[in-house]
Ligand binder design. Sequence first.
Ligand SMILES: Cc1cc2nc3c(=O)[nH]c(=O)nc-3n(C[C@H](O)[C@H](O)[C@H](O)COP(=O)(O)OP(=O)(O)OC[C@H]3O[C@@H](n4cnc5c(N)ncnc54)[C@H](O)[C@@H]3O)c2cc1C
Length: 388
Amino acid sequence: MRQKYNIMYDFLIVGAGAGGCSIAYFLQKSGKKVAIIDREGVAGGASGVAGAFLSPLPGKKNSYNSLVNNALNFSIDFYKKLTPDSIIQKGILRVPNENFKTSKLKDNHIMYEFFDKKKLQEISKSFRNIEGYFYEEGAMISPLEICHKLIDNCDFYQKDLKELKFKDGIYTAEGLKAKNIIYAVGVSKPLIATPYLNISPIFGLRIDVKTTTKVLFNIHKSITISTNRKDNLVAIGATHQRHDGAESECVTSCANCAFYVDNEKQQIEILLKQADELINLENLEVVKIYKGARASIKSYFPVVGKVIDFYKSLEKYPSIKNGTKIPPNLLTYFPNFYMMNALGSRGFVFAPYLAKILSENILNQTKIPDEISIEKLFYKKAREKAKK
Ligand SMILES: Cc1cc2nc3c(=O)[nH]c(=O)nc-3n(C[C@H](O)[C@H](O)[C@H](O)COP(=O)(O)OP(=O)(O)OC[C@H]3O[C@@H](n4cnc5c(N)ncnc54)[C@H](O)[C@@H]3O)c2cc1C
C-alpha cells in the first residue's frame, strides 16, 4: 500500500499474525483508524504456517481448559460470521496418547461420543485399529484468508519496525504516526523491555499432502491429520521442538535461528509414521512443507494488556520485590502501549477471544482476567528477583 504519511492513526499494530489482525479487527469495528505493519507481510510468521486446527481441550474442568474452551466457542462462532468459507467444521477424533489417556478424554466437562474400533471401521475402512473420542466442535480454518479478511478495513504496510519514538503523546514509527501502539510480535523481541514475559519459541513443522483417501473428520493423537480441505489436500502436523535457551532474537525464518536443528527430513518421516498409525492414506505425496515458531510461556496462558514498565515500577516501589502489595493502578506503564502474545499452539483459538477482551479493556476500561494479565507476570517476576 502507498504510505499515507499525513494520517494520524488511533492505533498502530505491530505484527500481522492471528493476534495483531484480530485486535485490528475489533478496534476498526469500533470506529478507530488502524494501521498494521509486518516485516514479512500478512500472516508471514507462525500464523501463516498453522494447520490451523481449532480443537477443544478435554479433561476435568480447570482454569486453563476453561479458557481454551470458552475461547474456542467464541472463535468458531466469530469465524463463521466473518468468513463462512474459511472454516470447515467436521469435528475431531481424539485418540488416547501419553498426555491424554482414556481417563482424561472420558472424564470431561465437554460433550463427546466414543467411537470404538468397529464403529470407525464402519465409517471408513482406511482407519487403522484405533478407537477414540469424537468432539463435534473440532474445526479447521484457512489462516491466510482469515488474517487478510480481518484487516480488510485497516491500512497494512510491509515494514520492519526498528525504532519507535514517543513525543507529545504521539508515537512515530517507520514514517507512521499513531496515538497508541499494540505489539503482537510473536517470538520476535520487542523494542521495549518486558523482562517478565519469557517467551520461548517452540519450533514446529507441518506438511500438506495429496492422497486419494477421503478423511471425513480431523484425527488427533500426538499429531493432527485434517479432513480434506477446499483444495482437497490434507494437512498433517505438527512437530514440537522447544528452544528454551534461545537468547537471540527469533526472526521467524528458522534457518537463521542459532538453535534451529535442520532435521526436516526426519521430522517429515515422524509425521508420516504417526499419521500412518491412525489412518491409511493411499497414494500419499507430500506437496508442501511449513515451518515456524510458536511463542509460548511456561504456564501456557496467553498474555494481553497494557504494558508495564518493569524497571520504573520497581524504582518507584522497590518493596514490591519483598511482597508489598502495590495495586496495578500505581505501577508505571509505557504510555498507550499494549500487547497480545504467548498464544502458543492455539493462536487461532485464542486470538479473536483475546482481541475482544483487549479491545474492551482499551476502549471501556473493562478488567482483564488475572490469569491472562500482564500484572500477574509482573508481580511474579518482581518477587522472584528478591528471592535470588
Ligand atoms: C507448525 C505450527 C502449527 C500450528 N498449528 C496451529 C493450529 O493447528 N491451531 C492453532 O490455533 N494454532 C496453531 N499454531 C500456533 C499459531 O500459529 C500461533 O499461536 C499464532 O499464529 C501466533 O500468532 P501471533 O500473531 O501471536 O504471532 P505471529 O503469527 O508469529 O505474528 C507475529 C508477527 O510479528 C511480525 N513482527 C515481529 N516483530 C516485528 C517488527 N519489529 N516489525 C514488523 N513486524 C514484526 C512477524 O513478522 C510476525 O509475522 C501453529 C504454529 C506452528 C508453528
